[in-house]
Design a protein around this ligand. Sequence first.
Ligand code: AMP
Length: 225
Amino acid sequence: MAGNKIINLVLLGPPGAGKGTQAKRLIERYPLVHLSSGDILRAERSAGTELGQAVKEYMDAGKLVPDELVTEVVINRIKKELTEGRGVLLDGFPRTERQAKDLDAELDKIDYKIDGVIDLDLPVELIVERMAGRRSCPQCGRVYHLQANPPEEDNLCDECKVELIQRPDDKEDVVRKRIDIYEEQTAPLREYYKNKGILYTVDASATIDEITENIIRIIDRLLEN
Ligand code: AMP
């Protein structure tokens, strides 16, 4: 990264837009830490914590976990990375205006801010189509796509060699509910960040490589400023 500039980015976009896939590629190129709120919550569930128990029902139904359950745990992780000198690439957080405002307020206290929001734009019809092919590793959480991003060996995670599954919240009826929730609660964040002048929209119907290239161009510009 140019000099030692620390930047913080948010990946915004509906389920299936490729936030996790792009995040994994971007952290190979930039010294950013990928923080996925979904992964953080899934880890709490696997560890059987109280929080994990509390969020299970919402997650499996494709509903948003209440702000008071998710905000604190995610913001604490963000602060930890920043105090250790690393910028973050947020994936799945914030998802409501309340979360975005709390995040801004907490970052402001430690003299940081969100520098750019990459908005992965994908039409609803394409979301449903994409989610049907999505498979995840039940062990490490890595996400594959049967057509766009298949594993090396049929239906096995490249790293864990564990059989891939379709997450309960990736089933079509749940996906449709998640899209409605996205439109209602998360899409308004585009306006929120646009008003701050930090929203960068990328066409997420392009290929994975093209999307990565477009995001790289945006990040490089942010780093130059
Ligand atoms: P994801 O892996 O980002 O699709 O998240 C999976 C699920 O975790 C979501 O459908 C929500 O139930 C929950 N979740 C993740 N991030 C958040 C968030 N920022 N706010 C509320 N719920 C969240």
